[in-house]
Every structure is written in structure tokens, then in C-alpha cells.
Design a protein around this ligand. Structure first.
Ligand code: PLP
Length: 821
């Protein structure tokens, strides 16, 4: 696209006039009557005008150029706010700020009024959002497909330290970024029966659903850096075919008349917590099929308006983000065979060549499977198709002289052991030409564990695509102070090609003047976070202390408990030895627990109990503070991460598929304390192990210990006084005097059944934390490492990840070379 890269497309005066125009004609207000939210809306709509112009250009261009299209199917898109992201990618951020200033409006105030689009749980959903932005930046013609949840992830409220879930109402005041496309809608069926028609040998199957809903499209434009390209995120909302059954209503049954509508609406009502074990709800399966069917109907229609079906794999690549859209394998087969009369074998060839699948977890309890009985009732035709795929698959193996019963059982689509269930991971694997993991270690483990047998049969399918994050949001937007420093020293070009240019920072790491500037930048970010903590929690933080941060979903494998044990041990050490000159520390936690995950909620309560006790103990003289910030989301992450000195990435080795916040922290120049897990391994290779604090058991060691059944830590605890005393304090009610036994069972578990190796890694963790303090006492050393972390984080850009997907899986060439701009 031809527009010169860095000229703002509109001057301050014109933009101001545009805002006033929106204020008047879109919100119906004038300067005197406008409230701050009206200003937010008018500004967003003014920005949107610019996006729409580019959107149409981009669509035309893609049609003309006959580019292959990428479709990213994801049940989650954790987008966050869009105002600053969009203005910044449009090159209009300063313009908007100045225009509003002229109007007497504070930009910083109105940006805070935008609700977070929290249509995701955590890393998986945020990855989808980063990918959408990178695809637009690189000029990959892509559509994201998902669900427009009326209520995204719950809002976390802490009452007396316990998590409560409140409904998120992000759409309450409308959403200026989306366009309802009432004319784009599809019917999605459920239930009913399958009829065989036609004569012998030439029969066809006709599915007669007894329950249908409509999927209505809502489009959000996604604009790339420097307005390069604009893609579409299309989210589906469910609606009843008939809103009101008038005859029932007139007969006096006012509730019954809308019952069908209420049921249909419920499909796009709420986002399920992904990490709840046993998401066995029928509604979840309905959601998955609903968005997959609408998306496939939509993309097939688009394809067929230009090309014949046999060219599907040449013109279309469909990426399945985890197994949530895995039913796409059966649905694409159904559409091709039943609706478009494609012969079965040809349909299978087209399906496998078009689909690819990203695996995100090895945790057995998180691998999706659906009871056969539920599938038969809800999706009878799909169940037939799955049986047929399975039979052909097993036949093909027998034809290859594979008869090992154990092997055949392992690769079957049907799990026979615990009631008959359909294994969605195996379905996604068989129906895809590419199966990727999200870090080198995770991909390796995938080959050895979940897909061991399938990998043996299809050794060319599994490949690795290490995750990345978009630097536009996680550096330019989240950390303007650091971005300013980079531009000042490295020039504007660092913004267009950070993967290459950030390296030039290495030389600056050696200059003490620059290190001081860098420290001052961090100090400013810490002060901003301290203000927020003061405002929200009333706690004063010393910004000279180490800001030691663990923010992410609360999960046993992520080991917030290990960090909490360190808090307690440190607390006891400081109390026991007040004369020692301790390095002051602030421990910062944030994260949500799945509503039904009791243990995770108890960990949140423990963090809050420990925080209260420590923060109110005068003998500590401020040397240690602990804070738990409520309602972790993208916007909070954007404030916390740039203020972190130390990034906690301490999952049990082998259990975190990749992690992406580890990358965000390194990019923002925090030092990592972490295990050799997920992408931490590749971070240690890129950044240098000497600039991180790596500790603990490796994935192999964890595995050996598990297999040996060595999960009772009593002996180990007896040998570690520090660990023993920390556990005792928690067990004995030091932090829960109101209910002394609150944590007895939790501690009992750590002692006798330490599945996540919390005790087993404690001493190594403590030692690594001592090393952190030693480093911190040598500012030249610390800040040199910090700068090198940022300088060497370039590889973790999601632009790099997307280029790899494009080249290896999708076979599309991004229309823009990375350095353009
Ligand atoms: C990046 C991000 C995550 C993922 O964090 P991990 O530490 O990789 O699990 C989760 N939630 C939000 C809001 C994020 O921005």
C-alpha cells in the first residue's frame, strides 16, 4: 500500500473538527453538555473514520491480488482496549492528544474510560490478539473468527481477600469499534436426526436438525502498524430465528413466547473459563460448534465467489487455536460432502490440506474430549463423520501392517476407557497437515507425550512455532518512556524494525550515563504503579525497592505458592535478624482463578492474608511489602509490566507450554527469575543465562521424580529449616488467626503429595533470590543486564512468529517486508 509511512494522515485542526462533528452528530452532544464518555466516543469514532478508508482499500487489494487468505479460529481474543492501539498504528496519537487538549479535554482521562474487551482467559486469548495485530502489520490477508461474548471474562472482586466473580458488562455503553453486519448471518443447527436418501451405492446423508440458531456477524477492523493494512476480526453473536412466538404470546404465555429466544441468545452470553477442569457443559460444545459452523460457511461462501472448491487449499489456510474449534474437521467434511457434493476422499484431501492446529497444553485434564452420547444427541451427523474418519484411519494403519492393539487404541478418535468419548486433540491432529507447539520444549514434549503415537505415524506433521508478543502494544503503547529513550538513542527506525534495531542497544548498555537514564525511566514507571497501588489499596510503596512481580492466571502449576513461601521465609528472616541491611522488596501479585478452581481461590486468599500480616508488621520498617492487585487484565498488565524489576516465571518445568508474559517483561527490561520451562528456555539462549536467574529442576528431572513416585517431601522438609518454618507458620495460622486451620490441608498436600514440586524446588529458588539481591546491590551490573534483556528480546516479536506460520504452515507471503516503513 502506497501511503507514505510516517506522515500523519490528518492535521490537528482537521482532527479536532472531526471530533466535534462526531460529538454532535453521533452522540448528540455539544462542548458544554458532553461528559467524558462522550469525548471518548467521539475520539474513537474520529479515529475509526481513518480506519474505514484503509479497510476498504485493503479489501479491494486482497480481492485483486488473489492472495491466499488466512483464517484464525479462536474461542478467545483477549484484546483489551483499542483507542491508543488504533491511534498509534494510524500515526494519530499525538494529533489526537493535541486536538483534545485544544478542546480542554485530558486524553489520559478519556482513554481510561474504554472498557477492556476481555474475550479471553489469559495467554491463549492474548496470543490471538497479538497475532491479529501482527498479521495486519505484515500484510497477511487474515480474518479472525470467534464469539462476541456479551459478557467477557468475569470481573474479579476481592472481598476480605477472597475472589468473587462479578459480571463483566463491557458492552454497556456500546462499542465504537464494531460494526454489526445484520446481512451477514448463517443458520447453525443442533440435534435432530440423519436421514439416508438415494438408492444403494449412491446414498447421501441429510441432517435434519431440530433446533437452529442464527449467527450474526460483528466486524472489528484491525489496523497494522503505520496503517499498513486492515484486517477483520469477525465475531458471531447468536440469535433465535424467531424472536417472539406471537401465537403463544397472544395466548397469554408471555414467558414461553420468548423461551426459544433466550435459549438461543445464551450461546454468545458468557466466556467459559478455559482452565476449569471438565468443562463438560453442553453449552460449551454448542458454543464451539456455533462459531465454527458460521465461520466455515462464511469463508466457503467467500472462496466460492472467486474460485472452485478444489482450489480451497491454494487459497485458504485455516488455523485452529487449540482444540476448541476442532469440530471444524467434521464440519468442513460435512459441508463439502453433504452440501457441496464433493466425493468423500477428495473432501478429506481438501480438509487436511486446509486445516492446521496449534496445541497449547499437555495437561491431561485440559485435553478436550466429549462424551459420544452428547455428540450423538447434539451433532448426530458429525458423530457419523467422526466414526467414518476413524474407521478409515484405523483401516489405513492395518493396511500398513500395523496391528498393535495398544497403538491402535492410542491413536483412535474414540476413547474407550472412561465411558466412550471423542478425543478432540486426535481429531484435530488427523484432520490437519500441520500440528504445532508453542515453544521448543513444549513441541518436544508433545512429540514424546500426548501425540507420541500419532507422531510416530505422521512424523512430518509436528512443528514448532514459538510464541511472540506484539511490540506495538507491549512496548510502544505500554511503555512510552522506554520507547522514547529507544527512539532518542537508536532513531525512529527502531519502531519499524525492532527485531533488528533493538540489538543496537547492546553498545549503550556499557555506558554509565545511559544506564542512569534507563534507571530513571524505570523509576518513573514504578512511581506510576505506586500511585495506582496507593489509590486502589491505600498502601504506600517505596519505589527504590525491587518490584518483584508475578502476574498471570492463578494455577498450581504456575506456582504462586512457591513465591508465597518465599515471602514468608523472607518475612521470618527479616524479623529474626533486623540488624541485617536487607534489600527492600515489593512483591506484586495479580491474577484470576477459574470460578470453580477451589485451590486457586485459596491461594489468592493466602496471598491476601500474607500481605495483610506483613504490611501491618511495624518491625519490618518497609523492607518488605506484599500487594495483590484485583482484576488482572490487559490494561492492568500494561501498567504493571513496565514497572517490574524482577519477572517471576517459575512454573514446574514441563508444564508451561510457552508463556508470553515472560517475553513482555524481558522486552521491558525486567530480569527474569525462572525455571527452564516453556519459552524461558529460548529466552535464556537469546538473552544469555548470565542475565537471568535460572533455577530448579528441569523437565526431565521432574518427570523422573514423578515416575519414581517421589512426591512425599517430608524428608526434604526435615532437612530445610527455612522451608519447614515457612510451612509451619502458614499451617499454624500465623496469617489466618481468624481461622487457624484455613491452610492446614493445603500445607499437608505440599508435604505429602507435592505434584508441582513446590517444596522440591524451594531451596534452589531461595538461593536464586539471594543472587537477585546480590545483583541488585551492584546497580551497574543490574542495569547492564536489564538493558541487554531489552536489546535481545527482538526475537520474541509476534511478527517473527507470524512470518514462521506464513512460510511453513500457511504458505503465504506477507505483502510487506519486515523493514518497510
Ligand atoms: C500476556 C498475558 C497473559 C499471559 O501470561 P502468562 O504469564 O504467559 O501466563 C495473561 N493475561 C494477560 C492479561 C496478559 O496480558
Amino acid at each position: 500500500m502506497s501511503q507514505p509511512a510516517d506522515q500523519p494522515s490528518e492535521g490537528v485542526e482537521a482532527f479536532r473538527a472531526r471530533i466535534l462533528d462526531k460529538l454532535k452528530y453521533a452522540t448528540g452532544k455539544d462542548i458544554t453538555s458532553a461528559c467524558p464518555h462522550d469525548w471518548f466516543e467521539a475520539t474513537a469514532l474520529a479515529a475509526r473514520d481513518h480506519i474505514i478508508d484503509r479497510w476498504e482499500d485493503a479489501a479491494l487489494q486482497i480481492d485483486r491480488s488473489e492472495e491466499k487468505r488466512v483464517y484464525y479460529l479462536s474461542l478467545e481474543f483477549l484484546i483489551g482496549r483499542l483507542l491508543v492501539d488504533n491511534l498509534s498504528n494510524l500515526g494519530l496519537l499525538d494529533t489526537a492528544r493535541a486536538a483534545l487538549h485544544d478542546l480542554g479535554v485530558d486524553f489520559e482521562e478519556i482513554r481510561e474510560l474504554e472498557p477492556d474487551a476481555a474475550l479471553g482467559n489469559g495467554g491463549l486469548g492474548r496470543l490471538a490478539a497479538c497475532f491479529m495485530e501482527s498479521m495486519a502489520t505484515l500484510g497477511v490477508a487474515a480474518h479472525g473468527y470467534g464469539i462476541r461474548y456479551e459478557h467477557g471474562l468475569f470481573r474479579q472482586v476481592l472481598i476480605d481477600g477472597w475472589q468473587h466473580e462479578h459480571t463483566e458488562t463491557w458492552l454497556e455503553f456500546g462499542n465504537p469499534w464494531e460494526f454489526e453486519r445484520s446481512e451477514v448471518s448463517y443458520t447453525v443447527g443442533f440435534g435432530g436426526s440423519v436421514m439416508s436418501t438415494g438408492d444403494n451405492g449412491n446414498s447421501r446423508q441429510v441432517w435434519l436438525p431440530n433446533d437452529t440458531v442464527r449467527a450474526i456477524a460483528y466486524d472489528t477492523p484491525i489496523i497494522g502498524w503505520r496503517r499498513h493494512s486492515v484486517n477483520t476480526l469477525r465475531l458471531w453473536r447468536s440469535r433465535a430465528e424467531r424472536y417472539l412466538q406471537l401465537e403463544r404470546f397472544n395466548a397469554g404465555d408471555h414467558l414461553g413466547a420468548v423461551a426459544e429466544a433466550v435459549k438461543a441468545d445464551s450461546i454468545s452470553r458468557v466466556l467459559y473459563p478455559a482452565d476449569v477442569t471438565e468443562a463438560g457443559q453442553e453449552l460449551r460444545l454448542r458454543q464451539e460448534y456455533f462459531f465454527v459452523s458460521a465461520s466455515l460457511q462464511d469463508l466457503l461462501g467467500r472462496h466460492l465467489s472467486h474460485y472452485p472448491l478444489e482450489r480451497l487449499p491454494d487459497m485458504v489456510a485455516i488455523q485452529l487455536n487449540d482444540t476448541h474449534p476442532a469440530i471444524a474437521v467434521a464440519e468442513l467434511m460435512r459441508l463439502l460432502v453433504d452440501e457441496h457434493d464433493v466425493e468423500w476422499a477428495e473432501a478429506w484431501r481438501l480438509t487436511v490440506a486446509t486445516l492446521s492446529y496449534t496445541n497449547h497444553t499437555l495437561l491431561p485434564e485440559a485435553l478436550e474430549s466429549w462424551p459420544v452420547s452428547l455428540m450423538e444427541r447434539l451433532l448426530p451427523r458429525h458423530m457419523q463423520i467422526i466414526y467414518l474418519i476413524n474407521a478409515e484411519h484405523i483401516d489405513a494403519l492395518r493396511a500398513r501392517d500395523i496391528h498393535d492393539f495398544g497403538l491402535l487404541r492410542a491413536v483412535s478418535l474414540i476413547e474407550e476407557d472412561q465411558g466412550r468419548r471423542v478425543r478432540m486433540g486426535n481429531l484435530a491432529f488427523l484432520g490437519s497437515h500441520s500440528i504445532n507447539g508453542v515453544s521448543a520444549l513444549h513441541t518436544d514434549l508433545m512429540r514424546q507425550t500426548v501425540f507420541r503415537e500419532l507422531h510416530g505415524l505422521y512424523p512430518e506433521r509436528i512443528n514448532n512455532k514459538t510464541n511472540g508478543v506484539t511490540f506495538r502494544r507491549w512496548l510502544y503503547q505500554a511503555n512510552p518512556a522506554l520507547t522514547g529513550l529507544l527512539v532518542e538513542r537508536l532513531g525512529e527506525s527502531v519502531l519499524d524494525a525492532p527485531e533488528q534495531r533493538l540489538r543496537d542497544l547492546e553498545a549503550w548498555a556499557e555506558k554509565s550515563g545511559f544506564r542512569k537514564q534507563f534507571m530513571a525511566m524505570r523509576q518513573g514507571n514504578k512511581a506510576a504503579l505506586a500511585r495506582l497501588v496507593k489509590e486502589w489499596l491505600g498502601i504506600n510503596l517505596d519505589t527504590r525497592a525491587i518490584f518483584d512481580v508475578q502476574v498471570k492466571r492463578i494455577h498450581e502449576y504456575k506456582r504462586q505458592l512457591l513465591n508465597l513461601l518465599h515471602c514468608v521465609a523472607l518475612y521470618q528472616a527479616i524479623r529474626n535478624d533486623p540488624t541485617v541491611d536487607w534489600v527492600p522488596r515489593v512483591k506484586i501479585f495479580a491474577g484470576k482463578a477459574a470460578a470453580s478452581y477451589y485451590q486457586a481461590k485459596l491461594i489468592i486468599k493466602l496471598a491476601n492474608d500474607i500481605a495483610r500480616t506483613i504490611n501491618n508488621d511495624p518491625t519490618l520498617r518497609g523492607q518488605l511489602k506484599v500487594v495483590f492487585l484485583p482484576n488482572y487484565n490487559v490494561s492492568l498488565a500494561e501498567i504493571i509490566i513496565p514497572a517490574a524489576d524482577l519477572s517471576e516465571q517459575i512454573s514446574t518445568a514441563g508444564m508451561e507450554a510457552s508463556g508470553t508474559s515472560n517475553m513482555k517483561f524481558a522486552l521491558n527490561a525486567a530480569l527474569t527469575i525462572g525455571t527452564l520451562d516453556g519459552a524461558n528456555v529460548e529466552m535464556s539462549e537469546q538473552i544469555g543465562r548470565e542475565h537471568m536467574f535460572i533455577f530448579g529442576m528441569t523437565a526431565d528431572e521432574v518427570n523422573l521424580r514423578r515416575h519414581a513416585g517421589e512426591l512425599d517431601m517430608s524428608g526434604l522438609i526435615a532437612g530445610s529449616e527455612r522451608l519447614r518454618e515457612a510451612l509451619e507458620a502458614i499451617r499454624g495460622g500465623v496469617f489466618s488467626p481468624d481461622e487457624p486451620h484455613r491452610y492446614a490441608a493445603l500445607i499437608q498436600g505440599l508435604q505429602h503429595q507435592d505434584t508441582f514440586m513446590v517444596c522440591a524446588d524451594f531451596d534452589a529458588y531461595w538461593a536464586a533470590q539471594l543472587q537477585v539481591e546480590e545483583y541488585w546491590r551492584q546497580p551497574d551490573r543490574w542495569w547492564r543486564s536489564a538493558i541487554l534483556n531489552c536489546a535481545r528480546a527482538g526475537w520474541f516479536s509476534s511478527d517473527r512468529t507470524i512470518r514462521e506460520y506464513a512460510a511453513d504452515i500457511w504458505k503465504v507471503s506477507p505483502s510487506l517486508p519486515p523493514e518497510q516503513g
